[in-house]
Write a protein that binds this ligand. Sequence first.
Ligand code: GLC
Ligand code: CA
Length: 519
Amino acid sequence: MKTGKQPAWLDNAIFYEIYPQSFCDSNGDGIGDFNGIIGKLDYIKGLGCNAIWMNPCFASPFGDAGYDVSDYYSVAPRYGTNADLKRLFDEVHKRKMHILLDLVPGHTSVAHKWFLESMKAERNEYTDRYVWTDSIWEEPQGMGCIRGISDRDGSCAVNFFSHQPALNYGFYKPDPAKKWQQAMDSEGAKATLEALKDIMRFWLRMGCDGFRVDMAGSLVKNDEESKGTIKLWQNVREFLDSEFPDAAMVSEWGEPDKSLQGGFHMDFLLHFGPSHYNDLFRCEEPYFSDRGRGDVSAFVEKYLENYEKAEKKGLICIPSGNHDMDRIARGIHGDNLKIAFAFLLSMPGAPFIYYGDEIGMRYLENLTSVEGGYSRTGSRSPMQWDDTNNAGFSAALAEKLYIKTDDSVGRPTVAAQLGDENSLYNEVRRLIGIRQEHTALQSRGEIAFLYAEKNAYPFAYLRSSEKEKILVIINPADRETSFVCGYVPKEKIYSLAGEISVTDGKLTVPPCFAGYYAV
Ligand code: GLC
Ligand code: CA
Protein backbone atom coordinates (compact mmCIF):
# COMPACT_ATOMS: atom_id res chain seq x y z
CA MET A 1 0.00 0.00 0.00
CA LYS A 2 1.46 3.34 -0.99
CA THR A 3 0.94 6.20 1.40
CA GLY A 4 1.26 9.94 1.28
CA LYS A 5 3.51 11.81 3.66
CA GLN A 6 3.92 9.55 6.67
CA PRO A 7 6.47 9.50 9.43
CA ALA A 8 8.85 6.76 8.23
CA TRP A 9 8.78 4.97 11.58
CA LEU A 10 5.15 4.00 11.02
CA ASP A 11 6.25 1.58 8.28
CA ASN A 12 7.17 -0.88 10.96
CA ALA A 13 5.55 0.47 14.10
CA ILE A 14 4.12 -2.00 16.60
CA PHE A 15 2.24 -0.20 19.34
CA TYR A 16 1.70 -1.07 22.97
CA GLU A 17 -1.20 0.66 24.70
CA ILE A 18 -0.58 1.67 28.30
CA TYR A 19 -3.41 2.54 30.63
CA PRO A 20 -1.23 4.54 33.04
CA GLN A 21 -3.38 3.93 36.11
CA SER A 22 -2.83 0.20 35.91
CA PHE A 23 0.61 -0.44 34.51
CA CYS A 24 3.12 0.00 37.29
CA ASP A 25 2.98 1.90 40.58
CA SER A 26 6.44 3.14 41.58
CA ASN A 27 5.58 4.86 44.87
CA GLY A 28 3.13 2.49 46.52
CA ASP A 29 0.05 4.73 46.46
CA GLY A 30 -1.96 2.09 44.60
CA ILE A 31 -2.04 3.78 41.22
CA GLY A 32 0.33 3.51 38.26
CA ASP A 33 2.59 6.43 37.37
CA PHE A 34 5.18 7.72 34.89
CA ASN A 35 8.15 6.46 36.88
CA GLY A 36 6.56 3.04 36.95
CA ILE A 37 6.21 3.12 33.17
CA ILE A 38 9.82 4.23 32.74
CA GLY A 39 10.90 1.23 34.77
CA LYS A 40 9.05 -1.09 32.38
CA LEU A 41 10.15 0.35 29.05
CA ASP A 42 12.72 -2.39 28.65
CA TYR A 43 9.97 -4.94 29.10
CA ILE A 44 7.96 -3.35 26.26
CA LYS A 45 11.02 -3.18 24.07
CA GLY A 46 11.87 -6.77 24.96
CA LEU A 47 8.48 -7.84 23.65
CA GLY A 48 9.40 -6.14 20.39
CA CYS A 49 7.02 -3.18 20.48
CA ASN A 50 8.64 0.02 19.30
CA ALA A 51 5.86 2.50 19.98
CA ILE A 52 3.50 3.38 22.80
CA TRP A 53 0.07 4.94 23.06
CA MET A 54 -0.65 6.12 26.57
CA ASN A 55 -4.20 6.92 27.67
CA PRO A 56 -4.91 10.45 29.00
CA CYS A 57 -2.63 11.56 31.80
CA PHE A 58 -3.81 15.15 32.24
CA ALA A 59 -5.36 16.94 35.20
CA SER A 60 -8.91 15.68 35.62
CA PRO A 61 -11.61 15.02 38.19
CA PHE A 62 -11.58 11.46 36.73
CA GLY A 63 -15.25 11.01 36.03
CA ASP A 64 -14.20 9.15 32.87
CA ALA A 65 -10.71 7.90 33.73
CA GLY A 66 -9.10 11.12 32.49
CA TYR A 67 -11.16 11.53 29.30
CA ASP A 68 -12.62 14.49 31.18
CA VAL A 69 -9.70 16.89 31.09
CA SER A 70 -9.62 19.90 33.41
CA ASP A 71 -6.24 21.23 32.27
CA TYR A 72 -4.68 20.17 28.98
CA TYR A 73 -1.30 21.61 29.92
CA SER A 74 -0.64 19.83 33.22
CA VAL A 75 -0.41 16.16 33.96
CA ALA A 76 -2.47 14.72 36.81
CA PRO A 77 -0.32 14.78 39.96
CA ARG A 78 -1.09 11.12 40.60
CA TYR A 79 1.07 10.20 37.59
CA GLY A 80 3.93 12.60 38.37
CA THR A 81 4.87 16.03 37.04
CA ASN A 82 5.23 17.49 33.56
CA ALA A 83 8.99 17.05 34.06
CA ASP A 84 8.47 13.34 34.77
CA LEU A 85 6.48 13.03 31.56
CA LYS A 86 9.27 14.77 29.67
CA ARG A 87 11.64 12.24 31.17
CA LEU A 88 9.37 9.45 29.98
CA PHE A 89 9.57 10.89 26.43
CA ASP A 90 13.37 11.01 26.69
CA GLU A 91 13.63 7.47 28.03
CA VAL A 92 11.37 6.24 25.23
CA HIS A 93 13.52 7.97 22.62
CA LYS A 94 16.74 6.63 24.13
CA ARG A 95 15.40 3.19 23.30
CA LYS A 96 14.57 4.24 19.74
CA MET A 97 10.88 3.99 20.49
CA HIS A 98 8.06 6.50 20.02
CA ILE A 99 5.17 7.60 22.20
CA LEU A 100 1.73 9.03 21.45
CA LEU A 101 -0.33 10.93 23.99
CA ASP A 102 -4.11 10.74 24.05
CA LEU A 103 -5.72 13.96 22.85
CA VAL A 104 -9.33 14.58 23.84
CA PRO A 105 -10.55 17.33 21.50
CA GLY A 106 -14.30 16.79 21.65
CA HIS A 107 -15.09 17.73 25.23
CA THR A 108 -13.64 18.73 28.56
CA SER A 109 -14.57 18.09 32.14
CA VAL A 110 -17.14 20.37 33.75
CA ALA A 111 -14.25 21.43 36.02
CA HIS A 112 -12.21 22.92 33.16
CA LYS A 113 -11.74 26.66 33.57
CA TRP A 114 -13.02 27.18 30.03
CA PHE A 115 -16.31 25.64 31.07
CA LEU A 116 -16.50 27.56 34.35
CA GLU A 117 -16.07 30.76 32.36
CA SER A 118 -18.48 29.60 29.70
CA MET A 119 -21.20 29.08 32.33
CA LYS A 120 -21.10 32.75 33.34
CA ALA A 121 -23.97 35.04 32.36
CA GLU A 122 -21.74 37.85 31.12
CA ARG A 123 -19.99 37.36 27.78
CA ASN A 124 -16.30 36.48 27.92
CA GLU A 125 -13.55 34.78 25.92
CA TYR A 126 -15.05 31.34 26.57
CA THR A 127 -18.73 32.04 25.99
CA ASP A 128 -18.59 30.33 22.58
CA ARG A 129 -16.05 27.64 23.50
CA TYR A 130 -18.83 25.06 23.94
CA VAL A 131 -22.06 24.22 22.17
CA TRP A 132 -24.81 26.09 24.04
CA THR A 133 -28.42 26.71 23.16
CA ASP A 134 -29.61 30.22 24.01
CA SER A 135 -32.31 29.24 26.43
CA ILE A 136 -32.39 26.75 29.27
CA TRP A 137 -35.76 25.61 27.90
CA GLU A 138 -34.24 24.53 24.61
CA GLU A 139 -32.19 21.36 24.47
CA PRO A 140 -29.68 20.64 21.70
CA GLN A 141 -31.42 17.89 19.78
CA GLY A 142 -29.95 14.42 19.79
CA MET A 143 -26.93 15.33 21.86
CA GLY A 144 -27.86 15.18 25.53
CA CYS A 145 -27.04 18.21 27.63
CA ILE A 146 -26.01 19.85 30.85
CA ARG A 147 -28.64 22.26 32.14
CA GLY A 148 -29.60 24.09 35.24
CA ILE A 149 -26.15 24.51 36.79
CA SER A 150 -25.08 27.78 35.14
CA ASP A 151 -26.02 31.44 35.55
CA ARG A 152 -25.97 31.53 31.79
CA ASP A 153 -29.38 30.98 30.26
CA GLY A 154 -28.81 27.99 28.02
CA SER A 155 -28.27 24.23 27.81
CA CYS A 156 -24.83 22.93 26.94
CA ALA A 157 -24.51 19.91 24.63
CA VAL A 158 -22.51 16.96 25.90
CA ASN A 159 -20.26 14.71 23.86
CA PHE A 160 -20.22 11.51 25.90
CA PHE A 161 -21.11 11.27 29.58
CA SER A 162 -23.33 14.05 30.91
CA HIS A 163 -20.34 15.67 32.63
CA GLN A 164 -18.41 16.08 29.37
CA PRO A 165 -19.54 19.34 27.71
CA ALA A 166 -19.04 19.45 23.94
CA LEU A 167 -16.47 21.89 22.64
CA ASN A 168 -17.67 24.14 19.87
CA TYR A 169 -16.12 23.48 16.45
CA GLY A 170 -19.27 24.66 14.75
CA PHE A 171 -22.12 23.02 12.85
CA TYR A 172 -21.64 21.76 9.31
CA LYS A 173 -25.04 23.09 8.32
CA PRO A 174 -26.32 25.37 11.05
CA ASP A 175 -30.09 25.49 11.19
CA PRO A 176 -31.00 29.13 10.39
CA ALA A 177 -33.96 28.88 12.77
CA LYS A 178 -31.54 28.09 15.63
CA LYS A 179 -29.31 31.09 16.01
CA TRP A 180 -27.18 29.35 18.64
CA GLN A 181 -25.85 26.84 16.09
CA GLN A 182 -22.64 28.48 14.98
CA ALA A 183 -20.94 27.86 11.65
CA MET A 184 -17.53 26.22 11.40
CA ASP A 185 -16.06 29.57 10.40
CA SER A 186 -17.61 31.51 13.28
CA GLU A 187 -15.18 33.22 15.63
CA GLY A 188 -16.01 30.90 18.52
CA ALA A 189 -15.49 27.70 16.51
CA LYS A 190 -12.26 28.98 15.03
CA ALA A 191 -10.93 29.92 18.46
CA THR A 192 -11.60 26.39 19.75
CA LEU A 193 -9.62 24.91 16.88
CA GLU A 194 -6.72 27.27 17.52
CA ALA A 195 -6.80 26.35 21.21
CA LEU A 196 -6.57 22.69 20.18
CA LYS A 197 -3.53 23.39 18.02
CA ASP A 198 -1.86 25.18 20.93
CA ILE A 199 -2.30 22.12 23.11
CA MET A 200 -0.78 19.91 20.43
CA ARG A 201 2.11 22.34 19.98
CA PHE A 202 2.83 22.30 23.70
CA TRP A 203 3.25 18.53 23.96
CA LEU A 204 4.92 18.06 20.59
CA ARG A 205 7.51 20.66 21.55
CA MET A 206 8.11 18.82 24.78
CA GLY A 207 8.88 15.69 22.80
CA CYS A 208 5.82 13.53 22.31
CA ASP A 209 5.69 11.88 18.90
CA GLY A 210 2.04 12.45 18.10
CA PHE A 211 -1.46 11.69 19.31
CA ARG A 212 -4.16 9.11 19.49
CA VAL A 213 -7.23 11.27 19.04
CA ASP A 214 -10.29 10.49 21.11
CA MET A 215 -13.68 10.46 19.34
CA ALA A 216 -12.04 12.15 16.37
CA GLY A 217 -15.17 11.90 14.26
CA SER A 218 -17.34 13.77 16.75
CA LEU A 219 -16.19 17.37 16.48
CA VAL A 220 -18.40 19.17 14.00
CA LYS A 221 -22.12 18.91 14.74
CA ASN A 222 -24.99 18.26 12.29
CA ASP A 223 -22.39 16.60 10.12
CA GLU A 224 -23.98 13.39 8.99
CA GLU A 225 -21.47 12.48 6.34
CA SER A 226 -18.58 13.88 8.39
CA LYS A 227 -17.67 16.35 5.67
CA GLY A 228 -17.18 19.20 8.15
CA THR A 229 -15.15 17.08 10.54
CA ILE A 230 -12.94 15.85 7.69
CA LYS A 231 -12.37 19.46 6.68
CA LEU A 232 -11.47 20.40 10.23
CA TRP A 233 -8.86 17.65 10.43
CA GLN A 234 -7.46 18.66 7.07
CA ASN A 235 -6.86 22.06 8.62
CA VAL A 236 -5.01 20.37 11.49
CA ARG A 237 -3.02 18.34 8.96
CA GLU A 238 -1.83 21.55 7.29
CA PHE A 239 -0.74 22.88 10.65
CA LEU A 240 1.15 19.66 11.43
CA ASP A 241 2.73 19.47 7.99
CA SER A 242 4.12 22.94 8.44
CA GLU A 243 5.15 22.78 12.10
CA PHE A 244 5.49 19.11 13.08
CA PRO A 245 5.79 16.98 9.95
CA ASP A 246 7.04 13.98 11.95
CA ALA A 247 4.10 13.86 14.34
CA ALA A 248 2.04 10.69 13.98
CA MET A 249 -1.75 10.80 14.24
CA VAL A 250 -4.11 7.92 14.88
CA SER A 251 -7.83 8.44 15.18
CA GLU A 252 -10.47 6.77 17.25
CA TRP A 253 -12.97 7.03 14.43
CA GLY A 254 -13.47 3.56 13.06
CA GLU A 255 -14.11 4.70 9.51
CA PRO A 256 -10.75 4.85 7.71
CA ASP A 257 -12.38 5.99 4.49
CA LYS A 258 -13.21 9.23 6.32
CA SER A 259 -10.44 9.72 8.86
CA LEU A 260 -7.60 9.15 6.39
CA GLN A 261 -9.13 11.77 4.09
CA GLY A 262 -8.92 14.06 7.09
CA GLY A 263 -5.16 13.56 7.12
CA PHE A 264 -4.83 11.01 9.89
CA HIS A 265 -2.02 8.53 9.25
CA MET A 266 -3.91 5.70 10.90
CA ASP A 267 -7.40 4.78 12.03
CA PHE A 268 -8.58 1.93 14.23
CA LEU A 269 -11.09 -0.75 13.49
CA LEU A 270 -13.17 -0.78 16.65
CA HIS A 271 -15.92 -2.44 18.62
CA PHE A 272 -18.30 0.20 17.28
CA GLY A 273 -18.81 1.41 13.72
CA PRO A 274 -19.25 -0.52 10.51
CA SER A 275 -16.04 -2.62 10.51
CA HIS A 276 -17.31 -6.02 11.73
CA TYR A 277 -14.25 -6.11 13.99
CA ASN A 278 -16.41 -7.70 16.70
CA ASP A 279 -17.00 -10.72 14.46
CA LEU A 280 -13.40 -11.72 15.07
CA PHE A 281 -13.07 -11.79 18.85
CA ARG A 282 -16.13 -10.36 20.56
CA CYS A 283 -19.52 -11.76 19.62
CA GLU A 284 -21.50 -14.88 20.34
CA GLU A 285 -19.49 -17.00 17.91
CA PRO A 286 -16.19 -15.20 17.35
CA TYR A 287 -14.27 -16.34 14.30
CA PHE A 288 -11.18 -16.96 16.40
CA SER A 289 -12.91 -19.27 18.87
CA ASP A 290 -12.02 -22.95 18.48
CA ARG A 291 -15.74 -23.74 18.22
CA GLY A 292 -15.32 -22.81 14.61
CA ARG A 293 -18.79 -21.36 14.14
CA GLY A 294 -17.74 -17.84 13.24
CA ASP A 295 -17.80 -15.89 10.04
CA VAL A 296 -14.95 -13.74 8.77
CA SER A 297 -16.45 -12.81 5.42
CA ALA A 298 -18.28 -9.61 6.41
CA PHE A 299 -15.15 -8.34 8.15
CA VAL A 300 -13.07 -9.02 5.06
CA GLU A 301 -15.59 -7.42 2.75
CA LYS A 302 -15.66 -4.22 4.80
CA TYR A 303 -11.89 -4.30 5.26
CA LEU A 304 -11.38 -4.45 1.50
CA GLU A 305 -13.74 -1.57 0.96
CA ASN A 306 -11.76 0.55 3.42
CA TYR A 307 -8.45 -0.74 2.09
CA GLU A 308 -9.26 0.34 -1.42
CA LYS A 309 -10.43 3.75 -0.29
CA ALA A 310 -7.50 4.15 2.10
CA GLU A 311 -4.88 3.27 -0.46
CA LYS A 312 -2.09 5.82 -0.62
CA LYS A 313 -3.58 7.67 2.32
CA GLY A 314 -2.77 5.76 5.49
CA LEU A 315 -3.02 2.72 7.67
CA ILE A 316 -5.89 0.66 9.02
CA CYS A 317 -5.01 -0.53 12.51
CA ILE A 318 -6.49 -3.59 14.20
CA PRO A 319 -6.05 -3.59 17.98
CA SER A 320 -5.92 -6.70 20.18
CA GLY A 321 -8.25 -4.78 22.47
CA ASN A 322 -8.32 -1.49 24.30
CA HIS A 323 -9.50 0.12 27.53
CA ASP A 324 -13.08 0.31 26.21
CA MET A 325 -13.72 -3.28 25.17
CA ASP A 326 -13.73 -6.66 26.86
CA ARG A 327 -10.33 -8.28 27.04
CA ILE A 328 -9.66 -10.52 24.06
CA ALA A 329 -9.13 -13.42 26.51
CA ARG A 330 -12.77 -13.20 27.56
CA GLY A 331 -13.93 -14.91 24.38
CA ILE A 332 -10.77 -16.48 22.97
CA HIS A 333 -8.84 -19.07 24.95
CA GLY A 334 -5.66 -21.14 25.06
CA ASP A 335 -3.74 -21.53 21.82
CA ASN A 336 -6.45 -19.63 19.98
CA LEU A 337 -4.99 -16.47 21.50
CA LYS A 338 -1.74 -17.32 19.72
CA ILE A 339 -3.68 -17.77 16.49
CA ALA A 340 -5.35 -14.39 17.05
CA PHE A 341 -1.93 -12.76 17.40
CA ALA A 342 -0.64 -14.60 14.32
CA PHE A 343 -3.45 -12.79 12.51
CA LEU A 344 -3.06 -9.38 14.22
CA LEU A 345 0.68 -9.37 13.62
CA SER A 346 0.45 -10.30 9.96
CA MET A 347 -2.11 -7.73 8.85
CA PRO A 348 -1.28 -4.41 7.16
CA GLY A 349 -1.38 -1.25 9.25
CA ALA A 350 0.24 -0.86 12.63
CA PRO A 351 -0.76 -3.49 15.20
CA PHE A 352 -1.80 -2.23 18.65
CA ILE A 353 -1.39 -4.53 21.64
CA TYR A 354 -3.38 -3.61 24.73
CA TYR A 355 -1.24 -4.00 27.86
CA GLY A 356 -1.55 -7.47 29.32
CA ASP A 357 -3.08 -9.02 26.20
CA GLU A 358 0.38 -10.39 25.39
CA ILE A 359 0.07 -12.64 28.45
CA GLY A 360 -3.65 -13.26 28.04
CA MET A 361 -4.81 -11.18 31.00
CA ARG A 362 -8.39 -11.97 31.86
CA TYR A 363 -11.44 -9.77 31.91
CA LEU A 364 -12.53 -9.37 35.55
CA GLU A 365 -16.25 -9.99 35.80
CA ASN A 366 -18.70 -7.97 37.90
CA LEU A 367 -16.41 -5.25 39.19
CA THR A 368 -17.95 -2.12 40.61
CA SER A 369 -17.30 0.73 38.21
CA VAL A 370 -14.12 2.73 38.79
CA GLU A 371 -13.93 6.29 37.47
CA GLY A 372 -16.65 5.91 34.88
CA GLY A 373 -15.38 2.57 33.63
CA TYR A 374 -18.60 0.56 34.18
CA SER A 375 -18.31 -2.71 32.22
CA ARG A 376 -14.94 -1.47 30.92
CA THR A 377 -13.47 -1.65 34.42
CA GLY A 378 -12.89 -5.40 34.03
CA SER A 379 -10.45 -4.73 31.19
CA ARG A 380 -8.49 -2.13 33.18
CA SER A 381 -7.13 -4.14 36.09
CA PRO A 382 -3.47 -3.89 37.16
CA MET A 383 -0.79 -5.42 34.97
CA GLN A 384 0.30 -8.79 36.32
CA TRP A 385 4.06 -8.77 36.56
CA ASP A 386 4.73 -11.62 38.97
CA ASP A 387 3.40 -13.41 42.03
CA THR A 388 4.57 -10.92 44.64
CA ASN A 389 2.28 -8.45 46.40
CA ASN A 390 -0.51 -7.22 44.06
CA ALA A 391 0.97 -9.21 41.19
CA GLY A 392 4.03 -6.96 41.35
CA PHE A 393 1.99 -3.94 40.32
CA SER A 394 2.17 -1.98 43.58
CA ALA A 395 3.48 -2.15 47.12
CA ALA A 396 0.23 -0.68 48.45
CA LEU A 397 -2.27 -2.58 50.58
CA ALA A 398 -4.61 -4.49 48.26
CA GLU A 399 -7.62 -2.39 49.32
CA LYS A 400 -5.82 0.79 48.23
CA LEU A 401 -5.41 -0.32 44.62
CA TYR A 402 -7.03 1.73 41.87
CA ILE A 403 -8.71 -1.43 40.59
CA LYS A 404 -8.30 -4.82 42.24
CA THR A 405 -5.91 -7.31 40.71
CA ASP A 406 -6.99 -10.57 39.15
CA ASP A 407 -6.54 -12.99 42.02
CA SER A 408 -8.01 -16.04 40.31
CA VAL A 409 -6.10 -19.30 40.27
CA GLY A 410 -3.67 -19.61 37.39
CA ARG A 411 -3.80 -15.95 36.47
CA PRO A 412 -1.12 -15.21 33.88
CA THR A 413 1.97 -13.24 34.89
CA VAL A 414 4.89 -11.85 32.97
CA ALA A 415 7.39 -13.62 35.24
CA ALA A 416 5.89 -17.06 34.64
CA GLN A 417 5.55 -16.55 30.89
CA LEU A 418 9.02 -15.13 30.28
CA GLY A 419 10.55 -18.44 31.31
CA ASP A 420 8.12 -20.64 29.40
CA GLU A 421 8.97 -21.17 25.74
CA ASN A 422 5.37 -22.15 25.00
CA SER A 423 3.77 -19.16 26.66
CA LEU A 424 1.60 -16.64 24.87
CA TYR A 425 4.17 -13.96 25.70
CA ASN A 426 6.92 -15.85 23.89
CA GLU A 427 4.68 -16.56 20.92
CA VAL A 428 3.80 -12.88 20.59
CA ARG A 429 7.48 -11.97 20.89
CA ARG A 430 8.38 -14.50 18.15
CA LEU A 431 5.61 -13.23 15.88
CA ILE A 432 6.75 -9.63 16.33
CA GLY A 433 10.32 -10.71 15.53
CA ILE A 434 9.13 -12.39 12.33
CA ARG A 435 7.16 -9.31 11.32
CA GLN A 436 10.22 -7.18 11.83
CA GLU A 437 12.25 -9.41 9.52
CA HIS A 438 9.75 -9.41 6.65
CA THR A 439 8.74 -6.22 4.88
CA ALA A 440 5.78 -8.03 3.31
CA LEU A 441 4.24 -8.45 6.76
CA GLN A 442 4.74 -4.84 7.84
CA SER A 443 2.45 -1.81 7.77
CA ARG A 444 2.62 -1.16 4.08
CA GLY A 445 2.95 -4.62 2.59
CA GLU A 446 0.00 -5.32 0.32
CA ILE A 447 -2.74 -7.78 1.12
CA ALA A 448 -4.87 -10.00 -1.10
CA PHE A 449 -7.47 -12.24 0.51
CA LEU A 450 -7.30 -15.75 -0.92
CA TYR A 451 -9.89 -17.57 1.12
CA ALA A 452 -12.46 -15.86 3.34
CA GLU A 453 -15.72 -17.63 2.58
CA LYS A 454 -18.97 -17.19 4.43
CA ASN A 455 -19.14 -19.30 7.63
CA ALA A 456 -16.03 -21.21 6.55
CA TYR A 457 -12.56 -22.07 7.76
CA PRO A 458 -9.64 -21.56 7.16
CA PHE A 459 -8.86 -17.95 6.39
CA ALA A 460 -5.97 -17.22 4.04
CA TYR A 461 -4.31 -14.17 2.58
CA LEU A 462 -1.20 -13.15 0.75
CA ARG A 463 1.04 -10.34 1.96
CA SER A 464 3.57 -8.92 -0.44
CA SER A 465 6.29 -6.34 -0.76
CA GLU A 466 8.67 -5.74 -3.63
CA LYS A 467 10.98 -8.35 -2.15
CA GLU A 468 8.72 -11.23 -1.13
CA LYS A 469 5.32 -12.84 -0.99
CA ILE A 470 4.05 -14.51 2.16
CA LEU A 471 1.03 -16.78 2.40
CA VAL A 472 -0.76 -16.62 5.76
CA ILE A 473 -3.10 -19.46 6.71
CA ILE A 474 -5.24 -19.22 9.83
CA ASN A 475 -7.52 -21.97 11.09
CA PRO A 476 -8.91 -21.20 14.55
CA ALA A 477 -11.45 -24.06 14.33
CA ASP A 478 -10.81 -27.23 16.24
CA ARG A 479 -11.16 -29.37 13.10
CA GLU A 480 -9.13 -30.07 10.00
CA THR A 481 -10.09 -28.00 6.96
CA SER A 482 -8.98 -27.76 3.36
CA PHE A 483 -9.07 -25.23 0.57
CA VAL A 484 -7.64 -24.31 -2.79
CA CYS A 485 -5.87 -20.99 -3.07
CA GLY A 486 -3.68 -21.16 -6.16
CA TYR A 487 -0.43 -20.90 -4.23
CA VAL A 488 1.81 -23.68 -3.08
CA PRO A 489 3.65 -22.99 0.17
CA LYS A 490 7.41 -23.15 -0.24
CA GLU A 491 9.61 -22.27 2.65
CA LYS A 492 7.98 -22.23 6.07
CA ILE A 493 8.46 -19.01 8.02
CA TYR A 494 6.23 -19.82 11.00
CA SER A 495 3.75 -22.40 12.09
CA LEU A 496 1.76 -23.14 15.17
CA ALA A 497 0.53 -26.69 15.77
CA GLY A 498 1.33 -29.19 13.06
CA GLU A 499 1.86 -28.82 9.34
CA ILE A 500 -0.26 -28.33 6.27
CA SER A 501 -0.20 -30.86 3.48
CA VAL A 502 -0.73 -30.31 -0.23
CA THR A 503 -2.39 -32.73 -2.64
CA ASP A 504 -3.21 -31.71 -6.22
CA GLY A 505 -3.12 -28.03 -5.30
CA LYS A 506 -5.47 -28.56 -2.36
CA LEU A 507 -4.15 -27.49 1.03
CA THR A 508 -5.19 -29.42 4.12
CA VAL A 509 -4.88 -27.45 7.33
CA PRO A 510 -4.66 -28.97 10.83
CA PRO A 511 -7.05 -27.91 13.61
CA CYS A 512 -6.21 -24.72 15.57
CA PHE A 513 -3.44 -23.74 13.24
CA ALA A 514 -1.62 -20.63 12.01
CA GLY A 515 1.22 -20.57 9.52
CA TYR A 516 3.25 -18.20 7.34
CA TYR A 517 4.91 -19.50 4.15
CA ALA A 518 7.06 -17.93 1.48
CA VAL A 519 5.51 -18.55 -1.95
C1 GLC B 1 -13.36 7.28 23.86
C2 GLC B 1 -12.46 6.71 24.92
C3 GLC B 1 -13.30 6.32 26.09
C4 GLC B 1 -13.96 7.55 26.64
C5 GLC B 1 -14.75 8.28 25.55
C6 GLC B 1 -15.10 9.68 25.96
O1 GLC B 1 -14.22 6.35 23.35
O2 GLC B 1 -11.68 5.67 24.40
O3 GLC B 1 -12.56 5.66 27.08
O4 GLC B 1 -14.83 7.22 27.69
O5 GLC B 1 -14.05 8.39 24.36
O6 GLC B 1 -13.96 10.49 25.94
CA1 CA C 1 1.82 5.65 42.07
